[in-house]
Design a protein around this ligand. Sequence first.
Ligand SMILES: [Zn+2]
Length: 227
Amino acid sequence: MFVGHFAISLIGKRLEPKISLGTLVLASMLPDFVAFVLMIAGIEGVRFKTGAAITSGMRAIDALEVSQSSYSHSLLMGAIWGGLFAAFYFALRGNKRGAWLLFAAVLSHWILDFASHPPDMALAPGLSARFGLGLWNSIPATLIFEGLFWVFAIIVYVRVARARNWASHLVFWIPVVILTLAWYGNIAGPPPSNLSIIGYTSLTFFSLAVAWAYWCNRLRPVVQNVR
Ligand SMILES: [Zn+2]
């Protein structure tokens, strides 16, 4: 998933306002960050499907397949990355509830990718079985399920974290539009011509997204007593 992971972060802010939205985005996207680093290192990656006819108008998700992702994206590794992240947060902040929520946010990445990916999600490194419900195979179904989840999360977030001025509105809404367009490009757009730079470009894009989320967290304080 894409905006679905950001939706988890926005809802997480409602559940535990003490965690920065930036930390929540980092947690819900952590397996992807690990994957980008491992892609740059040449350990994980995507490739053009072998044996399939690649035509010019093809969507990226039809033309590409995962060559290796079980260190970043298997269920077991999700639990390990989540445990490490939560332990680090707990050591820094001493917030037990927040640490559990961050663990759940990291683990939710596997569940959402399992729903959206074709069967390429492993349970643990070294196990050959792959799972995935393939929501992303259907653009309309993705727009409905992931899109509605995204809209729902945005509503939950803006009700609890209020903008103080017009600048806070712009800082939130312009990147929300950019993320939504990038998501649509991911599900409907063609594959990039150069696969070797995906790790670098994605790492840059999503690092900016995390920085943006920390910024939003400062600009939009949580109001108490939201029902
Ligand atoms: Zn992922």
